[in-house]
Design a protein around this ligand. Structure first.
Ligand code: CAA
Length: 389
């Protein structure tokens, strides 16, 4: 029928602190050009001691609920790689902090950086089933690698909240998807580790293989032609990866892949990620926010999305930007969230990186650090306690 489903609202939040690559390079002796030009990163968001995936998620979702109300939200899907509990969904804390209706379902989804897209697909299915319902999709992550490891320069943190519903104001999403799964150990995090393990070079080729695989399936299912897309949003573990991915897609299709063409197709999607770093499940949707906030009028233009999660699962899908979308953007709030972060020095970063809660069930209050709207008050009796600041 005439039902269109997609992204009705999109809001990004990040952390209290920021570590610049200049500071990291100053500490470890790397030439900063490797970070700025080689991987395409200038700074990474670092959570304060009283921030985590829940506080960032609530921060991102609060303005969405304030604008649209919660009456139609019957499902909250929380996508994350940085889960804080093996059993309870992080979204239940967000549901509570935002005062959402008790007549709702809340669930957490995992598959590395891909699960934000799984959440979006789940949401689209629910809205197709009952177009009167809206789904709050949240993707929130803190990317952490071992100190001094090659991955360290690709850390970051952010949350994205998306309201998914019928007749969306921002992006109409198409049902056709191209999918790809391969059992591969390119990046993973066993339950007993707090930092991710990664085979850097392997992860880059695994990503490119997945781009090819998802695009192949998309094409075989009668998807759009490459030339129909005005822009491409890729998962961005570091922004240079989006360049590599798009170059690979163009070459694979026998198209010219000069730097100018690549920048035209993905340039506006990287502006926020350059400053935030990897936010795993949120990263591609931070890229979408960056595109909508920075590009000239995209009304009626088609965007391609390539979501990748190590391990690995990938999905390619398309969306059309809805005329009138610009009046609904949160560009000022996004720039302000990125701009207001406090710069920290290497010693402070290291202290925060090494911080962990003892697993003794005792009372462990967190210092008051965040100036954001929500904070992790601490742990008590093995329970995480959150509050509005
Ligand atoms: N000026 C300009 N460029 C420079 C430079 C300089 N002075 N010095 C180095 N470079 C370039 C290199 O040529 C290289 O570019 P190319 O890849 O285009 O050749 C780039 O900077 C990086 O240099 P290295 O490959 O030597 O860097 P590295 O080995 O230290 O680590 C990395 C790079 C493997 C990506 C590492 O950061 C890492 O392990 N990151 C985490 C894993 C990751 O993000 N993988 C991405 C795919 S997996 C995924 O997408 C899921 C996810 O979110 C994790």
């Amino acid at each position: 029928g005439d039902l269109t489903v997609g992204i009705h609202d999109l809001s990004v939040a990040t952390t209290q602190y920021v570590l610049t690559h200049e500071t990291l390079a100053g500490h470890n002796g790397t030439g900063v050009a490797k970070y700025h030009r080689g991987i395409g990163q200038r700074a990474m968001s670092v959570p304060a001691a009283d921030e985590d995936i829940v506080t960032m998620a609530a921060d991102a979702a609060a303005p969405v609920v304030a604008r649209h109300g919660a009456d139609r939200i019957r499902t909250v899907v929380f996508a994350t790689e940085t889960s804080v509990d093996q059993s309870k969904a992080a979204g239940v804390y967000v549901h509570s902090l935002l005062g959402l209706p008790s007549a709702a379902r809340v669930v957490e989804l995992k598959q590395a950086c891909y699960s934000g897209t799984a959440a979006l697909q789940f949401a689209m299915g629910l809205v197709h089933r009952d177009p009167s319902e809206q789904v709050l999709v949240i993707a929130s992550d803190v990317s952490r690698y071992e100190l001094g490891s090659p991955g360290e320069a690709t850390q970051g943190a952010a949350a994205v909240a998306m309201l998914v519903g019928a007749d969306p104001a921002l992006v109409r999403l198409e049902d056709r998807s191209g999918m790809f799964t391969a059992d591969i150990m390119d990046f993973w995090r066993p339950n007993y580790l707090t930092t991710a393990l990664v085979d850097g070079r392997e992860s880059i080729s695994a990503y490119l293989q997945a781009v090819e695989g998802a695009w192949k399936d998309y094409t075989e299912r009668g998807g759009r032609k490459l030339g129909e897309f005005s822009a491409f949003c890729y998962h961005q573990p570091f922004t240079k990866m989006a360049h590599k991915a798009h170059r690979h897609l163009l070459q694979h299709n026998g198209h010219a892949a000069d730097e100018e063409e690549i920048t035209r197709a993905i340039g506006h999607t990287t502006a926020y990620n350059v400053e935030i770093g990897n936010s795993y499940t949120a990263s591609m949707y931070v890229g979408l926010a960056s595109l909508l906030d920075h590009a000239d009028d995209l009304s009626g233009e088609v965007i391609g999305f390539l979501s990748y999660g190590s391990g690995s699962v990938a999905e390619f899908f398309a969306g059309t930007v809805v005329p009138g979308y610009r009046a609904r953007l949160r560009s000022d709030a996004h720039r302000e969230a990125i701009g207001r972060r406090q710069q920290i020095d290497y010693a402070r970063y290291r202290e925060l990186h090494e911080r962990s809660f003892p697993a003794d069930g005792g009372d462990h209050p967190t210092p008051r650090e965040t100036t954001g709207p929500y904070r992790l008050v601490g742990l008590s009796g093995h329970k995480r306690i959150y509050a509005a600041r």
